[in-house]
Design a protein around this ligand. Structure first.
Ligand code: PPE
Length: 303
C-alpha cells in the first residue's frame, strides 16, 4: 500500500492527498493515452535530499507527450519546480516521484482531443524487486508475451497504455513463482524486463539492447553505461539472443524503481555462479554512491 503524504500537485497547485481525484470519464482511464515518469530522490551523504537526473526525466516526459501529440500546458522548468516543491512540502528525505500527464474529460472516443492535465505525486518506495533480490539476485522468466514492436507502440515514450504489456508479463512471471519477466522483441531478441533495462556480462564485456530497438531509453541504463565506462569497462549496445542470458557470466537489470538488481537465474538455468557477480556488485555500489551524492553536479537537483 502506498503510504499517504500531505499533498499532491495537480494542474499547477498543491492539493490535499484526498482531493487529488478525477472524473470517471477521464479519457486516459479508458484508452491509456497518457505519459508518465518515475524519478527518485535520495537522501545524500551530507543529509540533503537530491533528485537524481531530474532534467533527463522531465525531458523524457515532454518527449513522451510529443510522441503522443499531447500539448503540455506547462513548461519543463515549471514541472521541474513542481517536482521539487512537492517533495519539499511533503518533507520527504527520500522518495519516488510520479509525474503524470493525461487527457482529461470532455469528449469520448479515440478521436477526442481533450486538454492535457498534469499531476505530480510522491511517496516512499523501498526496493522495487525486494531487498533480498537486490543482494542475492532475481529469478527471472523469459515472458510468453513479446515486447511491442518498434512500429506498434512508440517505445521511446513512457506511455501509460504500454504498461498493459508489462503487467501481463509480470503477472505471468509472479504466478509461476519468478520475481520478474524479461520480454523479447517481436524478432526474438532480448528487449527489456517489465520495468527495467537488461544487461549481460561475458568475459568482462557488458552488453545491452540497442536504443534503436523497442527498449525504453532508460535513464538508469544511460547512467550505468557511463559509470561502467568511467571505470574502464567496455559496454556495447547490440542485439542479444535469449540463450545469451543463459550463458552469461552475469545478468543484471536496472531502472529508477529497481535501481541495479542482479539476476541469478533465467528460465530455471543458473546464471554464472548463481549469485551477484563482481561487475554487477561494482556497478550497483557505484550507482548507489552516485544517487547519494557522488555524481557530476548536473545529475543532482538539491531540494
Ligand atoms: N523499461 C521499462 C519498461 C520501464 O518501465 C522502466 C522504468 C525502464 C525500462 C527503466 O527506465 P529508467 O527508470 O529511465 O531507468 N520503470 C519505471 C516504472 C516502474 C513501475 O512499476 O511503475 C521506474 O523504474 O520508475
Amino acid at each position: 500500500m502506498v503510504e499517504k503524504v500531505e499533498k499532491i500537485w495537480v494542474d499547477g497547485a498543491l492539493v490535499p492527498w484526498d482531493q487529488a481525484t478525477f472524473h470517471v470519464l477521464t479519457h486516459t482511464l479508458h484508452y491509456g493515452l497518457g505519459v508518465f515518469e518515475g524519478i527518485r530522490a535520495y537522501e545524500t551523504s551530507d543529509g540533503r535530499t537530491a533528485v537524481f537526473k531530474l532534467r533527463e526525466h522531465v525531458r523524457r516526459l515532454f518527449e513522451s507527450a510529443h510522441i503522443c501529440l499531447m500539448p503540455m500546458p506547462f513548461s519543463r522548468e515549471q514541472i521541474e519546480e513542481a517536482i521539487v516543491e512537492t517533495i519539499r512540502v511533503n518533507a520527504l528525505k527520500s522518495c519516488y516521484i510520479r509525474p503524470l500527464a493525461f487527457m482529461g474529460e470532455g469528449s469520448m472516443g479515440v478521436g477526442a482531443d481533450n486538454p492535457t492535465r498534469v499531476a505530480v505525486a510522491v511517496w516512499k518506495w523501498g526496493a522495487y524487486l525486494g531487498e533480498e533480490q537486490l543482494e542475492r539476485g532475481c529469478r527471472v522468466k523469459v515472458s510468453s508475451y513479446a515486447r511491442v514492436g518498434v512500429n506498434s507502440l512508440m517505445a521511446k515514450g513512457k506511455i501509460c497504455g504500454h504498461y498493459v504489456n508489462s503487467i501481463l508479463a509480470k503477472r505471468e512471471a509472479l504466478s509461476l513463482g519468478f520475481d520478474e519477466a524479461i520480454l523479447l522483441d517481436p524478432q526474438g531478441y532480448v528487449c527489456e524486463a517489465s520495468g527495467e533495462n537488461v544487461f549481460v556480462v561475458r568475459d568482462g564485456v557488458v552488453a545491452t539492447a540497442p536504443r534503436g530497438t523497442s527498449v525504453l531509453g532508460g535513464i538508469t541504463r544511460d547512467t550505468v553505461m557511463q559509470l561502467l565506462r568511467d571505470q574502464g569497462v567496455t559496454v556495447t549496445e547490440r542485439l542479444i539472443a535469449r540463450d545469451e542470458l543463459y550463458t552469461a557470466d552475469e545478468v543484471f537489470m536496472c531502472g529508477t524503481a529497481a535501481e541495479v538488481t542482479p539476476v541469478r537465474e533465467v528460465d530455471g538455468r543458473q546464471v554464472g555462479a548463481g549469485s551477484r557477480g563482481p561487475i554487477t556488485e561494482a556497478i550497483q555500489s557505484r550507482y548507489f554512491a552516485a544517487v547519494r551524492g557522488d555524481a557530476p553536479a548536473e545529475w543532482l537537483t538539491y531540494v
